[in-house]
Design a protein around this ligand. Structure first.
Ligand SMILES: Cc1ncc(COP(=O)(O)O)c(C=O)c1O
Length: 374
């Protein structure tokens, strides 16, 4: 008789309990399913938590990034410098407004934008930099901000993967550049779909609220529209989910930190596997995913197939954006444009990682990975 197949270990899984059910039910019973008080409350709590004066809830991280490019006045013909080693939204937000994404290469240690590469990519057409805190590791905010000031560019921070991370002892979102956080179910906290933009400008906050709400003004009728807007609203059901998730954020960050520490301990010294970069005085990661980098001679596809056969889900985090089919077709980008990102893309592998992952499952992942690499 064949042995029973091993129980599958997923790549990610949300962390919700009765509290989320309770708050969502309250909204359902209140009859105010959208544009109600749960949104304002979620925004206030979120702003307070990250230490930003203003926060605007939106329907996704992508929507938040799009709105910040609108706020930055990005227009057709402009160039926006960003990282190729990210999820596509951080580049797409420029394209939505007719601008051209310009990819600067990453630092091989942090996987985040290399400020020197950003500076080298600046042209008279550059209008903005979209910097990403990839895998929850803070990007070089201060050098990037200095560049943005010197060349009069807007700096947008894509912190979609980094709620809870700190740069130079300060929470992301509290540092000045307008930042976007995302709440898809694999993120630190989830609203199903959803996002939040933090800003230090009351004026920008009011524009964001108008843009997400079909261009309506704060005061004015339902059918009065003062600008071209979008329906990028978060509804109250999702806001309620977000409030319940925020209540347990400390616990979530603690559990994720402990899970990452276990992987770190058990994978330490395994030949062919490079571990995620450790924190230092300037950078404190918020654990979003657990991504290892395999040695160049390891056959990643074989590793993925063997892990899959053992019931362990993995993912190739992340392909370089400039080599995606639509990017090649539209802009003619080719291999060699960002060699560090491309090499990283070929070798990185995300292991199962989520708030409630149990140590025995992590042990199984580690054993399977070690077996596959041998
Ligand atoms: C770096 C980064 N930017 C943007 C996004 C987009 O967020 P959403 O999926 O909520 O639109 C994500 C989410 O996957 C992300 O990881």
């Amino acid at each position: 008789m064949r042995p029973a197949p091993a129980r599958a270990i997923p790549l990610s899984s949300p962390y919700v309990d009765e509290r989320e059910e309770e708050l969502v039910l309250d909204v359902l019973r209140s009859g105010r399913l959208s544009l109600g008080p749960a949104i304002d409350r979620f925004e206030e709590l979120f702003a307070e938590r990250v230490g930003a004066p203003y926060a605007a809830a939106v329907s996704s991280g992508t929507a938040g990034l799009h709105l910040l490019t609108v706020c930055a006045g990005i227009q057709p013909g402009d160039e926006v410098i960003t990282t190729p080693f990210s999820f596509v939204s951080s580049a797409n937000c420029a394209i939505y407004e007719g601008a051209t994404p310009v990819f600067a290469d990453i630092d091989p240690r942090t996987f985040n934008l290399d400020p020197a590469a950003v500076e080298a990519a600046i042209t008279p057409r550059t209008r903005a930099i979209v910097a990403v805190d990839i895998f929850g590791y803070p990007c070089e905010i201060e050098p990037l901000r200095a560049l943005a000031q010197r060349y009069e560019l807007t700096l947008i921070e894509d912190a979609c993967e980094a709620l809870g991370a700190e740069y130079r002892g300060r929470s992301l979102g509290s540092l000045g550049p307008s930042a976007v956080f995302a709440f898809y179910p694999n993120k630190q906290i989830t609203t199903g779909e959803g996002g939040m933009v933090t800003t230090h400008s009351e004026k920008e906050w009011r524009v964001l609220r108008s843009l997400r709400n079909q261009g309506r003004a704060d005061a004015g009728g339902w059918l009065d529209h003062i600008r071209l807007g979008f329906n990028y609203r978060l509804d109250d059901l999702r806001a309620a989910l977000g409030i319940a998730q925020l209540e347990k954020l400390d616990r979530i960050l603690e559990l994720r930190g402990a899970a990452a520490a276990r992987y770190g301990e058990w994978l330490d010294g395994v030949e062919g596997v490079e571990l995620p970069l450790a924190d230092d005085v300037d950078h404190r990661r918020s654990w979003f995913v657990y991504v290892v980098k395999l040695a160049a001679e390891v056959d990643r596809e074989r590793v993925i197939a063997e892990l899959e056969a053992g019931g362990v889900a993995t993912s190739r985090y992340l392909p370089s954006i400039h080599l995606q089919a639509y990017m090649r077709e539209r802009y003619g980008f080719r291999e060699g444009l960002c060699p560090v990102s491309e090499d990283t893309s070929r070798r990185t592998l995300a292991l199962p990682f989520f708030t409630g992952i149990e140590p025995p499952d992590q042990e199984r992942v580690v054993e399977a990975l070690i077996d596959a690499i041998r």
